[in-house]
Ligand binder design. Structure first.
Ligand SMILES: Nc1ncnc2c1ncn2[C@@H]1O[C@H](COP(=O)(O)OP(=O)(O)OP(=O)(O)O)[C@@H](O)[C@H]1O
Length: 265
């Protein structure tokens, strides 16, 4: 279970550029739930994921993952528990290292033993098997540098890497936004499979209203650093994209006409 209690995040505190990114967010997410997170530009979505990943520390409030209070725990101390995949396929892996070296690094994240040991024969075999499951033929390119892969291939490998460290919370920050529609769908299906098979508690930020409703079992909408909508179960199943946009208008009392970042499909 994840729980945030009255979380406030302020960037540039005490400076002329001070910005409140989260304003008293309280949220409880059941273990194994898949929550989609939507909201307009600057709403606080990435900040919310940052608070869970540990690279943003709240100025007030508490964050719990499972039994542990992780509010002030740095990112490295959450490795093995929390994994994150970013929008930029270049962000989550090292382009200069091979596929298997990236997997070895992910596998050893948060542990002390070196890369050499991680690339033993049995590890190589394990990595190859995991990559073969993607069905992209990458198991025959294990020594290719990550930089040689397409964006979609890198995101698929990033998901495998996220699992390598044995996480139970998966944070997806618009991880399909930079991909072509076909590859985005492939990565989403893969995401669903990995999340289901590993019973991961997942938060996925997306600008696609369609994706927000098609995947997962709960949707929250942020605006101005606050949760303005939280739907699940039948309430969510009965929604379509238009309802979601209408609901946003109603809750916030404003139009979305000029908000190009809220994409319907
Ligand atoms: N490191 C930072 N320093 C200063 N301000 C920041 C920082 N990170 C985020 N912000 C500000 O905090 C607010 C929330 O940002 P955040 O990135 O969480 O929004 P978002 O909902 O993910 O937006 P987008 O959809 O555009 O990615 C924004 O006003 C943003 O400019």
């Amino acid at each position: 279970m994840i729980s945030l209690d009255n979380v406030h995040v302020v960037f540039g505190r005490g400076t002329p550029l001070e910005k409140k990114a989260l304003s008293g967010v309280s949220l409880t997410i059941k273990e194994g739930a898949f929550t989609t997170v939507i909201g307009s530009n600057g709403a606080g979505k990435s900040t919310l994921l940052g608070v869970l990943a540990g690279d943003v520390i709240p100025v007030e409030g508490s964050v719990r993952i499972g039994d542990a209070d992780v509010t002030k725990l740095p990112t490295a101390a959450r490795a093995g528990r929390v994994a994150r995949v970013f929008q930029d396929p270049l962000a989550g892996s090292c382009g200069a290292l091979s596929i298997e070296e990236n997997l070895a690094l992910a596998h050893k994240r948060g542990q002390r033993r070196g890369l050499k040991l991680a690339l033993s024969h049995s590890r190589r075999k394990l990595f190859r098997e995991r990559i073969a499951e993607l069905d992209l033929g990458l198991e025959n390119r294990m020594t290719d540098r990550m930089a040689m892969l397409s964006g979609g291939q890198r995101q698929a490998v990033s998901l495998v890497m996220a699992m390598m460290a044995g996480c139970d919370v998966l944070l997806l920050d618009e991880h399909t936004a930079a991909l072509d529609p076909g590859m985005a769908e492939f990565v989403m299906k893969l995401t669903e499979k990995i999340v289901g098979a590993n019973k991961l508690t997942t938060l996925m930020v997306t600008h696609s209203m369609r994706q927000a409703l098609d995947y997962g079992n709960r949707t929250i909408m942020l605006h101005g650093g606050e949760i303005v909508l939280d739907v699940e179960g039948n309430n969510r199943r009965n929604l379509d994209v238009e309802d979601l946009i209408d609901m946003f208008r109603r809750v916030r009392g404003q139009t979305l006409d000029d908000d190009e970042l809220l994409i319907a499909e």
